[in-house]
Design a protein around this ligand. Structure first.
Ligand code: GAL
Length: 443
């Protein structure tokens, strides 16, 4: 009995030592509460050769229909690290609408998950990095050779002068118009290349009882707005807006809201009660003709609904945005206070690996964040997206965290709600100018 107790105690000490060796170290690192591994306040990850084990909680909003790609990535991880018990913690809600609120509570409450989904860009850098909550992944990025395989535009959105803060798993395109070629042929209309063309076909479609453009809950309204903004402003002025080089009260931005208001007139009235998948379903079933959505819609249509890109569903750049690729990237980070550093490091290495990305992205509708991915594993939509990403002008998404921090995004939701009921373009522009200043854009 005594011997058994002693060996349990010895095993416990060993576990602590292993966790300690795997734990993060840094200047300013401190011992945690009795018996806990050292957790740093600031610093970078320390690589370890310890075998990862224990629980690994991965936090994301990829639940239900959005789940298959993440599950494939987790399968790769579990194959390589069978001693780890993965907890796939999801909070449903497109674009992280609910997950981000839960994450905030957990982070502020000192209960971070081992790793969490976060968009590359200001959602990461202007929010969690600015708040000093993330660990610098530079040693891992160097060991894995990521700086040679991730495109520079992307590295600029996960890194600062102080470090590399997350690992991108993909590149999604935001400005895509989806449709069903057979239905368009039946209705005698063509997919519009410009908003003017859209307004023409929209009247025709409405006359035949078809909703011209399907829309869902508010975040999808923000999503549609960014495509209209890019269309009206063009890439240079769109970028200038986020760099604070032009005012939100500039007549060109007021025009964005005016055009957007006009587009909204051709959307379904039940939008607020629909999920993004239901807005896609409207197009698939022929209740609506078009939908502007990120290319996770391609993932949903091909992986979940079993439709074939090109034969069953068609796409083009959203009106007036041809030649521009509005990108966003999902990434995973290493929060300070992470409960299982060794398993998290292995998870992040998997996220950035060619094997992991080429398992995840063909199901997700996105392309790999790596320039060396195996395109033979991707369908015709994704191959065309990869080609466009390599040749188009690149700009960042608002609705999915690239160009503005969470403070601005949250306030933008309020402006959008206000606009939905007032339809007052000048008022929305003025309000945006106020929230931009408040959240550090244009200073
Ligand atoms: C985006 C995310 C995508 C997809 C989409 C719909 O914000 O980057 O991967 O999940 O939301 O939920």
């Amino acid at each position: 009995m005594e011997i058994r107790k002693r060996s349990i105690a010895l095993a416990a000490v060993l576990v602590l030592l292993l966790v300690g060796a795997a734990a993060l170290t840094a200047e300013g690192s401190r011992e945690g509460a009795a018996g806990k591994a050292a957790m740093p306040e600031v610093g970078e990850v320390t690589l370890t050769s310890e075998t990862p084990r224990g629980d690994l909680e991965i936090f994301s909003w990829w639940a239900g229909d959005e789940g298959p790609a993440l599950e494939a990535l987790i399968d790769v991880y579990e194959k390589n690290y069978p001693q780890v018990n993965v907890i796939n913690a999801t909070v449903t809600g497109g674009s992280g609408i609910n997950a981000k609120a839960v994450l905030k509570t957990r982070m502020l409450g000192g209960d971070p998950p081992a790793s969490f989904q976060v968009h590359a860009g200001q959602e990461l850098i202007g929010t969690w990095v600015a708040a000093g909550r993330m660990l610098d992944l530079t040693p891992l990025a160097e060991r894995e050779g990521w700086l040679d395989v991730f495109p520079e535009d992307l590295v600029n959105n996960i890194g600062t002068d102080q470090g590399i803060w997350s690992v991108p798993v993909n590149i999604h395109r935001s400005n895509v118009l989806w449709y069903m070629p057979d239905k368009l042929a039946e209705w005698g209309v063509k997919a519009p290349r410009t908003w003017d063309e859209f307004f023409e076909v929209a009247d025709k479609l409405e006359a035949s009882g078809v909703v011209p453009l399907s829309l869902a809950t508010t975040w999808t309204a923000n999503h549609l707005w960014e495509s209209v903004a890019l269309a009206v402003l063009g890439a240079d002025t769109y970028d200038a807006l986020w760099a604070g080089e032009i005012s939100w009260t500039d007549s060109r931005v007021v025009e964005v809201w005016e055009t957007y208001g006009k587009v909204l007139e051709y959307t379904n009235e039940d939008a607020p009660s629909l999920s993004w998948q239901q807005a896609t379903d409207m197009v698939v079933s022929g209740r609506a003709a078009f939908n502007v959505m990120g290319d996770w819609a391609a993932g949903y249509m091909s992986t979940t609904l079993g439709l074939k890109p090109k034969d069953d569903f068609g796409w083009m750049a959203s009106p007036d945005t041809g030649g521009v690729f509005m990108f966003l990237a999902d990434s995973f980070g290493f929060p300070k206070g992470c409960p299982n550093p060794a398993a998290t490091l292995a998870w992040l290495a998997t996220c950035g690996s060619k094997e992991g990305q080429d398992a995840f992205n063909p199901l997700k509708g996105s392309i790999s964040a790596r320039t060396d991915s195996d395109l033979s594993k991707y369908n015709v939509y994704s191959r065309s997206a990869a080609q466009d990403f390599g040749s188009n002008r690149i700009v960042g998404s608002l609705a999915h965290g690239v160009v503005a921090n969470e403070g601005f995004m949250n306030d933008f939701f309020t402006v959008m709600d206000m606009f939905m009921s007032s339809r007052d373009a000048q008022q929305a522009a003025n309000a945006c100018q106020a929230i931009a200043i408040q959240n550090g854009i244009g200073r």
